[in-house]
Design a protein around this ligand. Sequence first.
Ligand code: SF4
Length: 317
Amino acid sequence: MMMNPELASCTICPQNCGVNRYEKLGFCRAGSEIKINLAQLHHGEEPVLSGTGGSGTVFLSHCNLRCRFCQNHEISHLGWGRYYTREECVKLILELQKAGAHNINFVSPTHFSLQLAEVIKDAKAAGLTIPVVWNSNAYEKVETLGRLEGLVDIYLPDYKYAHNAYSQKYSQAKDYPRVALEAIQEMQRQVGELRLDSQGIAQRGLLIRHLVLPNGISGTRKALYELREKLGAKIAVSLMSQYYPTPQAAEHKELSRGISLEEYQDALEAARELEIDLIFTQELSPSSDWTPQFTERGSKLEGKNLHFRGKHIHAKV
Ligand code: SF4
C-alpha cells in the first residue's frame, strides 16, 4: 500500500490532530484504510434521494464529531465495520448502482475524504453514472472539500447547532457554527441549487439538513436565519423531527425526550418567515424504527432494505 503523506500527518478536518494515521489514531479514530459498516438501498431518505429505487447508502465507520446524541452510535463511536480496499469500494458502489440506486450516498465520510476522492474517480472511470451524494456533518475544511470538486454532485450537510456552547457541550467542537457555515458555503459554490430530473430525483445541488433538538439545543430559529443570511433564500432545507434519545443522550436531562409538536411547528414557522425556498418536513414520530440495524462486522446489500423514516412532504412554503 502506498503511503499518503497527508494521512501521515492528518489535518484534513478541523480537528487538526496532526497524527500519523498509519500508526496512531486521532480524534476520529479512523486509520488510513476505508472502513464501512453498511451498504444498502435506503428508502427513508428525502424523496428526492430515495425515489422509488432507494438511495445507495454507504455508512462509513468512525466520525470526526461524535455527537453525544448520535443515532448511529455503534458505527460513529464504537467504529463497528470492516476494512475495504479501494478496489472493493469501487465494486461495492457499482453493485449499488446495478441494484437500482438513484445515487451513491456516503454517510459520515469526512475523515475518509482523501481516500473516497480516489474511489469516486476510479468508480466513474469504471462506469459509475448516478450522482454522488456527500452526506456529512459539515465539520469540514474548505480546502478538503475543494478536493471533491467535480466528484461530488449533491452535498447533503447537516447544520446542527447555532450556538457554540451547545456544539462544545454535545459535540466537543465549540467552533462548529462558524466552521460548518463556511463549509456549506463552499458546497454551495461547487454545486449550486438543488436540481431535480423529470422524475423528481435530485441530480445536483445542495440540500441542508437540520435536526430539531429538544429544549432549543439546536438553536433552530438562529440556525435557519444564519443559513438564509449566508446562502440566500434559494436553498433547500430538510427540517428533521425524528430526534429520539439514545441511552447516551438520555443521560442529559435536556436531551432526554423527543421534540414536541410546538417545537417542530415553531421551526416550520421560522422557515416560512424567512421565505426559504424549499423545505422538506417530517411527520412527528420520534423513534428508532428507521435506524439501520448495524452489526459489529458490517454488512452489505443483505436482508431487508431500510424502512422509511417517516413521511417526508416535499413542500414549498
Ligand atoms: S480526519 Fe481524523 S485524524 Fe484527521 S484531523 Fe480529522 S479527526 Fe483528526
